[in-house]
Design a protein around this ligand. Structure first.
Ligand code: ATP
Length: 333
């Protein structure tokens, strides 16, 4: 997809315009006198959780929605799933305003919240799936076909008949995905969908998301697990303090970072001061080891290697890309 940051070439399926949410909280005070006073005179405090964010998402995208704790991700997702009214701004998802006519809206979207279950503890997922069929008034033959497809993709044929409380976390999460996708939503919101899962369960869930995306589902994925983002999202929107601080392709983000390399150097003689343009000393490890960061636009790699060998003698050299965690940390900062 040919896309500039924040815009999509195709007609957006999700469009968010200067969306804002301010929470008003009441301060009660900590002493008895303050609590008594607050009965007559309530002191309020305003929290600007989301400060006028805008973005557009095209059909078929998987977008990673990232930000540190308290950045405003859940608040945004709650507005986009219609749970929360915004203080200002607009959003349309599949041509509908999420917080208007929510009953009609939820029939077109799906949501999986890693920390919140849509299943019922004492009854098997299969019964809950059939309840959803009734709630969404799904065609029985189509429902059976979709159910079989989802059960096969996630390999939970034996588990869906057990009471939910007997399932492992990984098995339950797979059933949560089935629950969210039985009505074939075009847009699915995921909030920490792999939290607490082992590597195998994570792989299975990620494979499932990729498969459903290939079949046309658009996903917005909020997670603190950057492996989810690296493996699934072609685009990331990063928010911090309620504002969008980056909106662009993962590839562009990684390419920008590709201009910076980390170099682990073991030298024959202790390296003294390294005062070269484009070279930052990150860490000294013992007498003869250093970790450096190199901006290859200002300090070409071959020239640096020649200089280092002449200056201290190179014993060993490892060249690494900057980890995605560090790039994201910089954006958060
Ligand atoms: N119901 C509420 N009342 C008052 N303030 C709230 C409420 N919900 C969230 N906030 C505040 O709004 C800000 C954004 O919170 P939000 O939960 O959207 O962040 P988040 O990015 O999802 O964080 P996390 O990664 O920790 O889940 C925070 O400062 C939070 O304390």
């Amino acid at each position: 997809m040919d896309r500039q940051a924040g815009t999509v070439a195709v007609e957006p399926i999700i469009s968010v315009r200067t969306l804002r949410k301010t929470y008003t909280t009441f301060e009660r005070g900590s002493t008895f006198a303050e609590t008594l006073k607050s009965v007559f005179w309530r002191k309020t405090r305003e929290v600007d959780a989301v400060r006028g964010i805008s973005f557009a998402i095209g059909a078929g995208e998987i977008v990673g929605f990232l930000g540190p704790n308290g950045a405003g991700k859940s608040t945004t997702l709650k507005m986009l799933t219609g749970v929360l009214y915004p203080s200002d701004g607009e959003a349309t998802v599949l041509g509908m305003t999420p917080w208007h006519d929510r009953k009609r809206y939820v029939a077109h979207i799906g949501a999986v919240f890693g920390q919140k279950s849509q299943l019922m503890w004492d009854i098997p997922p299969l019964d809950a799936f059939h309840m959803n069929r009734a709630i969404y008034r799904l065609d029985p033959a189509r429902f059976e076909h979709t159910l079989q497809t989802l059960v096969t993709l996630l390999d939970v044929g034996d588990q869906v008949r057990k009471p939910t409380r007997q399932l492992s976390l990984g098995e339950r999460m797979k059933c949560e995905f089935i629950m969210a996708m039985l009505h074939e939503p075009k847009v699915v919101f995921l909030d920490e969908p792999t939290i607490g899962l082992d590597v195998f369960a994570k792989e299975r869930i990620r494979g499932f998301i990729r498969e459903m995306n290939a079949r046309g589902t658009t996903f917005i994925l909020t997670t603190h697990d950057l492996d989810d983002i690296e493996q699934l999202a072609r685009r990331v929107i990063v928010i911090n303090h309620g504002c969008v601080v980056f909106d662009g392709d993962m590839a562009a983000l990684q390419h920008g970072v590709g201009q910076t390399k980390r170099i682990r150097l073991a030298t024959a003689r202790p390296p003294g001061e390294i005062d070269l343009p484009g070279v930052t000393l990150l860490e000294r490890i013992g007498e003869t080891r250093v970790l450096l960061e190199l901006d290859v636009r200002r300090q070409p790699l071959p020239a640096f290697v020649r200089w280092a060998d002449d200056a201290f003698g190179i014993h060993d050299l490892v060249i690494e890309d900057v980890p995605i965690e560090d790039i994201i940390k910089t954006l958060y900062a």
